[in-house]
Design a protein around this ligand. Sequence first.
Ligand code: FMN
Length: 230
Amino acid sequence: MTSRDGRWTARVEYAGVGLGEEQFAATPFEQISRWVGEAHARQEEQGDVPEPDALSVATVDDAGPDVRTVLMRFLDPRGPGFVTNLRSTKGLQLRDDPRVAASLTWPSMFRAIRFRGVAELVDRAEVEVYFRQRPWGARISAWASEQSRPVAGRAPLEAAYEQYAERFPDHGRPDDVPVPEDWGAFRVRPDRVEFWAGRVNRLHDRLALTRVGPGDLADAASWELTRLQP
Ligand SMILES: Cc1cc2nc3c(=O)[nH]c(=O)nc-3n(C[C@H](O)[C@H](O)[C@H](O)COP(=O)(O)O)c2cc1C
């Protein structure tokens, strides 16, 4: 909300529970999973975290940084992953330059997790398992949309949908629709992970993990924890 002179006036006190070093889980992966799980539970109980898996993903190309929101569809000790069209803008950017940053933000919980690292392609087998779980219409749209390319209007998009709906009819089976070749997933392999927990008077908690060894997020010895000033 802005006042008439254009200054930001709405102030929300960040009354979060914070995050202390003593509360930090045994491994980075456990801590990430805990917060993701609590965001899902909060949505189920209070309904104020509508997309707990919304993940902002930043890429870079010659024109500079770029950012968009996707849904986290994979999470394991290697890092968070998302599905997308591999020939989309982000797909092409990540193939040229795999450096990536991503952020899960849960404003109603005064929490965020921020990742920085490199993107890698998720194995085809894992992508296929996920694709088969998608509703039929979403699988058809994956064929119909040449994501990020211009289209002359809504009509050609809907025509493409109808064309693929006819080609791959809905028999209620997970293999009704094959995975399009251009469709896949990226995983963010982080070298840095930061947990932000909003607290009163803007004196927030920031605990950052930096990679100091070759292990994944389940290997505590590969990560060093540092508190940062808010
Ligand atoms: C809540 C939300 C969830 C989204 N989920 C995805 C997703 O999982 N995968 C995806 O490719 N795009 C998703 N999008 C659309 C992207 O934000 C973006 O428009 C699209 O991926 C094209 O981005 P690009 O041109 O940078 O490649 C989502 C958008 C929103 C707002």
